[in-house]
Design a protein around this ligand. Sequence first.
Ligand code: UDP
Ligand code: MG
Length: 317
Amino acid sequence: MKKKISLIIPSYNEQESLPILYDSLCGVAEKMPDYEFEFLFVDDGSTDGTKAVLRKLAAEDKRTIYFSFSRNFGKESAMYCGFCNAKGDYVAVMDADMQDPPSLLPEMVKDLETGEYDSVATRRVSRQGEPPIRSFFARIFYRIINKISDADIVDGARDFRLMTREMVNAIIRMCEYNRFSKGIFGWIGFRTKWIPFENIERVAGQTKWNFWGLFKYSLDGIINFSQVPLVLSSWMGIFFTILAFVMILFVIVRRLIFGDPVQGWASLVCIITLIGGIQLFCIGILGQYISKMYLEVKNRPHYIIGETNEKNVNRIK
Ligand code: UDP
Ligand code: MG
């Protein structure tokens, strides 16, 4: 029996890119006659004609399966939906905008077939075409998160990777509400081969990420995969408590030796505001973790499927 390859394509307002990607995927599938393919398009609540494009593709090609969300749940939820519904022996995630070249697939499959790896992942070696400020902060983010978390996250890593069934099962088991796939891939381990490639600009449409969105996503990544900010705030607390004791001693000794000079109002105010600021900062860090716990505990679904051409699908998960 032929092995099956599932391709998961999260798509949000990608009506122009999808036909281009679909053609390219058909070309790749033709070159790999020993494998069966399924294309899992996850329409993440698009407001343009994406759903209509998918309906049309599905009517023409029975390899095409689409899940259309009831609203925009985010790329992470779209990928999770793909993983939960993929039936392939090998599963890959790829962007709809051709930034993840389908032409790499045959090479990736070959690497998995050797049995030496459980996943073949891609990383961009250049970031040309990207605003320099975005590249700069991306580098800082990767440096920080790798220092303070268990998950090994490679700089320039894309979500585009081909995985074995075992690895996908592990990902499905990681059913947390706050998802950060780059961290999840790193955390579950397995043997990964990295394929470097040059950055490619999207074929059509626009990026869905602005600077603020990426900043929040990177903070989520840190909070989801590291307890270091919490530890740091505890250490800061200990440091200031010791400092306060030393200062109290100093003030008592000075009082005994020199009497009580009424001075130091300005320095007092500075100290109070500094410590007040640090306290609020630490409470803020605590708040971030608690807000994540709040969402996890509520156990809300990751996504709601409004329309699909697949039978027997868990529409709310
Ligand atoms: N995407 C999605 N839901 C969203 C935002 C993006 O499914 O809320 C998809 C999008 O359609 C694309 C992929 O995620 O296939 C990557 O998005 P984009 O190209 O905008 O990000 P960039 O490549 O600029 O980082
Ligand atoms: Mg893109």
